[in-house]
Design a binder for this molecule. Structure first.
Ligand SMILES: [Zn+2]
Length: 420
């Protein structure tokens, strides 16, 4: 079997295993079935010669590919331990049971009708990236489930890279630590992750996004709580006496800039987003999330919320209006900028794989961002999967293979750049 066919076979094998996570479960991992794939990965890592591969009680799989740099080589003992991570779970709102990967060879550039539900059509007119894949091998689901290329493409690519290192001992690499994690989709991928045990100096998640992409920025995120204290009296005799906390709260929300909401922002614009509210006449509360790419931008948005609260306090003298903010997470760029080689080497590897690197930012957080703040700077490398979180997910085999090539080049760049 050629390298490419073995990558395809491996990906489809992983995609068929149901690993949907749950956002309502409080156990860890959130669903036991994620371990069905994690156990297979332990076996596959061992088969590739990574003897220490094991799954811990939380479901995290870790393994080591020891350095093969010979003593006397100018990089011997100088290459830092590099981590590679992928997540096994799939999105919680679309079924991942009985996934039937469909392989469309020599794609003709037209619409792809999914055979399990012909009403689900991946339309060439809606997917400019897909049209560019004419002649390639495209993998999709059958229309009844998601595919789970997010992130089983990444998982398969990491294992394939390990396998190709093993088959070609002339390819030198430093120490590599592998981790496969559960529960990324429900935002809990690093909740029980032992960064010390992982032991990587720098790492890369291989997850989502189109060919050539390198994600090195995430939002800065805070939460804010707006509280209004009012004064309740019998509504029949309330004139001049009542202060209705519900109306004051509504007034504050409507006074906020309408061009600073998730519905009205994109790219690098931040927002102030009320996510729920509760209350009665005497007391009302709204919870917000605040997002921006810089801390200054975040603080500007919070100042806007606070001045709206002050304005309402003056407009309604009987009301007590307060705002409290709490830090959630920060843009990983603040840390990654202190270690520019981590993203520079990744860009060099992408270029060496014959692609044009594209630096992008994520309007959200990632496991890599959390790891970055746990002491392991971790940008995200593309896995080639598109349209994730839906039934119209697709991934070209050629892009998955390009991701494997990128990983092989990346480890070589670390060796070359670490020479004395
Ligand atoms: Zn993902």
């Amino acid at each position: 079997m050629s390298d490419r066919e073995s990558l395809l076979d491996r990906f489809c094998r992983y995609a068929r295993i149901d690993t949907q996570s749950s956002d309502t479960s409080s156990s860890y991992p959130s669903t036991e079935k994620q371990k069905d794939l994690l156990r297979v990965l332990v076996d596959d890592l061992k088969a590739a010669g990574l003897a220490d591969a094991e799954m811990d009680g939380h479901g995290y799989v870790m393994a080591t590919l020891p350095s093969n740099i010979p003593p006397g080589h100018s990089a011997f003992g100088r290459v830092p331990t590099i981590g590679l991570l992928g997540h096994v779970d799939t999105y919680h709102e679309v079924s991942g049971a009985n996934v039937k990967p469909q392989v469309h060879r020599n794609y003709d550039g037209g619409d792809i009708v999914l055979p399990g539900d012909p009403s689900i059509v991946i339309r060439a007119s809606e997917e400019p990236d897909l049209v560019a894949c004419k002649g390639m091998t495209i993998v999709t689901a059958d229309g009844t489930t998601l595919l789970g290329a997010d992130d089983k493409a990444g998982v398969a690519e990491i294992l394939e890279a390990v396998w190709r290192f093993r088959e070609d001992p002339k390819r030198l690499h430093g120490p590599i630590r592998i981790a496969f994690t559960p529960d990324e989709e429900v935002g809990r991928g690093t909740e029980r992750f032992d960064a010390k045990k992982f032991g990587a100096t720098f790492a890369y998640t291989v997850d989502g996004s189109g060919v050539g992409e390198l994600e090195s920025e995430t939002f800065c995120a805070d939460s804010a709580t707006l509280k209004v204290g009012g004064a309740d009296v019998h509504p029949g005799y309330a004139k001049g006496k009542m202060t209705n906390a519900v109306r004051v709260l509504a007034d504050v929300i409507m006074a906020l800039p309408q061009h600073r909401t998730p519905e009205t922002t994109e790219a690098r614009e931040g927002y102030l987003h009320p996510i729920n509210l509760s209350g009665n006449v005497s007391e009302a509360t709204a919870n917000f999330i605040v997002r921006d790419f810089t801390e200054e931008g975040l603080h500007d948005l919070e100042a806007t919320l606070k001045s709206a609260a002050e304005w309402a306090g003056k407009k309604y003298p009987g009301a007590k209006v307060t705002v409290e903010t709490k830090e959630s997470y920060r843009n990983m760029k603040y840390i990654l900028d202190q270690h520019p080689q981590v993203t520079d080497y990744a860009e060099e590897a992408i270029r060496r794989a014959g692609l044009t690197p594209r630096r992008t930012s994520i309007r959200g957080g990632t496991d890599g961002a959390r790891l970055t703040f746990m002491g392991v700077p971790t940008p995200n490398l593309f896995d080639g999967s598109m349209n994730f979180h839906g039934k119209k997910e697709w991934v070209p085999l050629e892009w998955m293979d390009a991701a494997v090539q990128t990983l092989l080049h990346l480890m070589d760049v670390w060796v070359v750049r670490s020479r004395s």
